[in-house]
Each structure stands twice: as C-alpha cells, then as structure tokens.
Design a protein around this ligand. Structure first.
Ligand code: KIV
Length: 324
C-alpha cells in the first residue's frame, strides 16, 4: 500500500468528508488535495502526488556504500528520463537545467516552478531510477522552515522521493531539520555552483589549506542525516579520503574515481551542450553535431523541394482495394 494511503493526515478526516474532497478535487483538478492534504493546482500535480511508492528509495542508495558504483545522470525531460532510467540508479533533476535548457548564465535564476515542471516530467519518465530534485537558489538558505516548506512542495508536487541542496557545515542544521521530518537529503559540497559569486568562479575546491574544511563539510552533512553527498570539483586525493571517512556514498563530479558513484550533466556527456566543456566531462556522443547535420540536411531539402517526397504526403483519392 502506498504511504499516502496510510498517512495520518488522511486517517484524521472522516470518510464522508474525504469522499467529498476527492469528488471536488477530481472534478476541478485543483484545490485541497485529499491525498496529500495540500493545495495543488491541476491534474498534473494530482498525478504526481498519487504516484506509487518508488522501488528505489534513499535508504537503498545509502546502502550501496562500498559496493557497485552508483550511476547518476541528470535528466530534465520525459524522453531523456526514459533513456536514463534503464541504466542509472539515480536521475538527478539538477538546477543545471537553467544553463543547459533555458540558456541562463548561471543556476541562480532557476525557480521552484522550473524545478517542479521538470521534476514532474522526469518522474513520469522513470520507473526504475530514483529521482532526486535540486532545491533552487533562494529556496532553502533562509531558514530550516523555509527549506522544509519548499522541499515538501517539490516532493508533493512531483512525486520525487528526495531533494538535493548545496552547502556543507553551514547547512547541517537545515539538513537535520529536513531529514527528521521525512525529507531525504542528498548534500552537495566542494564547488557549489549556486555560490559562484562568493567562490569567485567555478574553481576546484579543497586544495591545500581548504582540504580540512571540505572534509569537515562532508562529516557535518553526514552527521546531519544526508543519505549521500555529491563532491564537485574536489581534488581526487581528498575525495578518496572523504569517501574512506564517510559511511554514506560519495558521488563525484570532477572528483576522481575513488568516489562511490559518479554523476554527469547529460547534455555535457551527450555533446548537446557545447557552450563550454569542463575538464571533468567525457563526451560519450556528439549528438549536437549529429543534430546540426540533420537540421542542415532538412533545410537544404526544403529549399530544393526534395522534401517532402510523395511518400510523406496524402493522395486526394484513396486507391481502390481489389478483391483478395
Ligand atoms: O545541477 C546539477 O546538474 C548538479 C550536478 C552537476 C551534480 O548539481
């Protein structure tokens, strides 16, 4: 039975009141959702809120520490999620979507609404991989209560079972607040792109004097209850020491092979995002180039009337079928 059906919120309401709420919600497609006890807006959100309990959950990911490496890729749309799902343990709806899909100069302009819309699309495309959704800049830093409100909204409106947020020791209270209240948190330390302006660029974090602080960040997010931690652009020796020191899995991006898993931005590894290419990205395909060639061929054929051919058009009169 799905957890939503066992929820105490629901149990507290009378059967008749619930039936009325359900009728109202299903008829209008919005309003106070009888399944999650929150105001949702439209059938899209209702579907997400009712998605069945996922097969892979944060404790399963945590339990993978020290065994087969965790495979993580970002995904932002249903078609991409369908491609990622059979091969990956986690599909991350990263706020990198602001840069790779929406053409923003950094992740700072990403909103809750963008994360929810893309989160819903990815949840629809995944049946095996666990979906984790990034908390966007400004949605969690102010206070643990603000973080809880927005994390609960991300989970309720998309059906994803976990969120990711950036920050180490200074976010430990918030991570503890969330995890004690049913919000599984994947932490993200080292280079935290939402802090690009205070860090002074997308630089490696954790060399020399900085190493001990990054180690303390890792220990702090683990103690706060994070089920896994992303290490971004952390020198490989330090990433190895952090991985050995922690009981939770480390997921590296530009952090070397010693981590318990790896994550890449899908548009980077498929060669779809070509504005710049970080050193840690390996291109497994050149889909951008393939798409460019296909679009150029289409444009040439339209201009020469080679497309559409007769087989792509419809006859005015259907051919008469003869006797068999
Ligand atoms: O936003 C993102 O895609 C990320 C990954 C690169 C870890 O945070």
């Amino acid at each position: 039975m799905a957890w939503r059906q066992e929820s105490p919120r629901r149990g507290a309401r009378s059967t008749l009141a619930l039936a009325a709420m359900q009728r109202n919600f299903l008829a209008n497609g919005s309003g106070l959702c009888p399944y999650v006890g929150q105001n949702l807006h439209g059938p899209e959100q209702m579907m997400s809120a009712n998605s069945p309990l996922r097969s892979v959950l944060p404790p399963d990911i945590r339990a993978r520490k020290g065994s087969e490496p965790l495979v993580v890729l970002t995904a932002y749309t249903t078609p991409m999620a369908r491609l990622v799902d059979p091969h990956c343990d986690v599909a991350l709806v990263g706020d990198s979507l602001g840069m790779v899909l929406h053409g923003l100069p950094s992740t700072l302009g990403v909103t809750m609404e963008m994360m929810i819309l893309h989160g819903q699309a990815v949840v629809r495309g995944c049946s095996k991989a666990m979906v984790v959704i990034d908390m966007p800049f400004g949605s969690y830093e102010e206070s643990p209560a603000q973080a809880y409100r927005n994390a609960a909204r991300l989970m309720a409106e998309t059906g994803a079972p976990a969120v990711k947020l950036e920050g180490g020791a200074h976010m430990a209270d918030t991570i503890a607040f969330l995890t004690r209240r049913g919000v599984p948190v994947m932490a993200h330390i080292g280079l935290t792109p939402q802090a690009v302006n205070t860090l002074g660029g997308y630089k490696v974090v954790g060399r020399e004097d900085e190493a001990e602080r990054v180690m303390q960040d890792a220990l702090a997010v683990q103690a706060a209850g994070a089920f896994a931690v992303v290490l971004e652009k952390v020198p490989m020796g330090l990433a190895g020491r952090i991985t050995a020191a922690l009981d939770i899995p480390t997921i590296g991006i530009g952090a070397g092979a010693a981590c318990d898993g790896q994550v890449l931005v899908i548009d980077d590894m498929l060669g779809l995002f070509t504005d710049f290419r970080p050193k840690f990205v390996k291109r497994y395909a050149e889909l951008g180039k393939a798409a460019d060639a296909a679009i150029a061929a289409y444009a040439a054929e339209v201009r020469t009337r080679a497309f559409p051919a007769e087989e792509h058009a419809f006859p005015d009169v259907l051919p008469v079928k003869g006797p068999k």
